[in-house]
Design a protein around this ligand. Structure first.
Ligand SMILES: CC(C)(COP(=O)(O)OP(=O)(O)OC[C@H]1O[C@@H](n2cnc3c(N)ncnc32)[C@H](O)[C@@H]1OP(=O)(O)O)[C@@H](O)C(=O)NCCC(=O)NCCS
Length: 427
């Protein structure tokens, strides 16, 4: 990238250069309707963005060089079904000042970055879309979904067969996040869609205050198993809506993570029995949340809306299909259409039970072929299918997936996962 014929200059900035980072942060804050960057914000960002790739588009405005568009990418990991974490190019902070929008700046920055990621061997890019219509044209598809819960605490009674709440609970002081990070890291490796959180993520999470992960009235509670090992935590804020002397507190769960059903039950039991609190709300939760299954009255938990969360973009079709594992068996030829080019391919996906591991997940053989395809699909739709959160049968019924209904059914069966993919990590 460099100077273009439109007079705009595209280049990289180093997050260690504080004044360059300040100039870069101005449009990225303004485009998201946020306040200008403060010194405290810049201190934190300098630490958090070390090693990230920051693109800036400069323009001369009123005789002065200013940043008018930004993009940030970094290397991260996303968990694949049955296979654990794989590397992804994580894309964030895609912003263009309102004075410069719809001139192709996002397209220039993003296509250049996707080409770089592909050249450097990434099979995927990932992002969280501010608006759903933006990223399909760049080959992204919604791969995980998330929902919100509203729990009426007065109606919560756990079924007698729910896992017993063994172990212990303790409040965690601000800044102490090592055990939380350890629990999260174990949990995210098992569930498709899980994203890693680095030390800077946890450092920021450890600070409490207005607008942070945990607000000034918030708390973090850690669960330990009977041997004292951490196996779950919840971070929450509290809002007191009491009228007169009638208690009406609401707990807002920011993050709840457990590696064990007993820890999960203990944390929800704790939240829903807090004195002075009538309602527990949670956001960014999995669409197949366990809680209603544990309760005598599952309607104590109201769920919705459901929205897309993590979007994936396959950059290398054979690499992406081989990065996950499968349940069941079958052979399909897939033709993947990629308007931007890098992932266009026809491949034979062969999943044979002879390659089945002890855990039931099967490795696929993926080879390029010139055979006629059973299924024709866009790279965005393949990206949506890959973690198991979207049904190929539904895409076929919607007219998005070419081939017979039987082929779509076979692809749905191969891509299915026992748990819905879930990513609760903003980036
Ligand atoms: C979203 C945003 C980055 C787009 O930047 P931009 O430079 O205007 O985008 P481009 O000009 O490259 O647009 C490329 C195409 O996407 C379309 N597009 C861009 N933003 C869109 C949106 N929000 N909704 C629908 N379509 C959109 C454009 O119309 C254009 O379509 P065309 O090729 O058919 O003409 C910019 O408007 C912005 O900063 N918005 C506020 C912050 C934000 O939402 N960022 C996204 C973070 S995930």
């Amino acid at each position: 990238m460099g100077t273009s014929d439109t007079g705009l200059r595209v280049g990289r900035i180093d997050p260690a250069d504080r004044e360059a980072l300040r100039a870069w942060s101005v449009p990225s804050r303004a485009a998201f309707l946020d306040v200008a960057p403060t010194d405290e914000f810049l201190d934190e960002r300098q630490r958090a963005l070390a090693g990230h790739r920051l693109t800036a588009v400069h323009d001369t405005v009123a005789g002065e060089e200013r940043v008018v568009a930004t993009l940030r990418t970094f290397d991260a990991e996303v968990t694949m079904p049955g296979a654990g974490p794989v590397g992804v190019d994580a894309v964030s902070t895609a912003t263009v000042l309102p004075t410069h929008r719809r001139r192709g700046l996002l397209s220039r920055m993003l296509t250049a970055d996707l080409e770089r990621a592909r050249r450097e061997g990434h099979a995927f890019a990932a992002l969280i879309a501010a608006e759903a219509p933006i990223y399909g044209r760049f080959g992204f598809g919604a791969a995980t979904r998330a929902t919100s819960l509203v729990v009426d605490n007065s109606r919560v009674a756990f079924r007698p067969d729910a896992p017993a709440a063994a172990g212990s609970l303790e409040f965690v002081p601000a800044g102490r996040t090592a055990e939380l990070a350890e629990v999260h890291d174990r949990a995210r490796r098992h569930r498709p869609g899980g994203l890693d959180r680095d030390a800077a993520w946890w450092e920021a999470a450890g600070r409490r205050g207005e607008g942070r992960w945990v607000g000034p009235r918030g708390q973090v509670v850690l669960h330990r198993d009977e041997r004292g090992a951490p196996d779950g935590y919840v971070a929450y804020d509290v809002v007191d809506d009491s009228v007169g002397r009638v208690p009406n507190g609401t707990v807002h769960v920011r993050d709840l993570c457990a590696t064990d059903p007993a820890a999960y039950r203990a944390l929800w039991g704790f939240l829903t029995s807090l004195d002075l609190v009538r309602t527990t709300r949670a956001r960014d939760r999995p669409v197949d949340e366990l809680l209603p299954h544990l309760l005598v009255d599952p309607r104590a938990v109201q769920t919705g809306p459901v929205d897309d969360f993590l979007w994936l973009r396959v950059l290398d079709v054979p690499g992406a299909l081989a990065a996950r594992r499968y349940l069941g068996c079958g052979t399909l030829v897939l033709r993947v259409v990629d308007p931007l080019g890098p992932a266009a391919a026809t491949v034979r996906l062969h999943v044979a039970t002879q390659r089945c591991g002890a855990d039931g997940w099967v490795c696929a053989e993926v080879t390029t072929t010139d055979a006629d395809p059973d299924v024709v699909l866009s790279v965005g739709d393949l990206s949506s299918l890959l973690l198991g959160g979207t049904s190929a049968v539904a895409l076929h019924a919607a007219g998005r997936l070419g081939g017979t209904a039987a082929a779509a059914f076979a692809l749905s069966t191969l891509m299915a996962t026992p748990e819905q993919p879930w990513c609760p990590t903003w980036f």
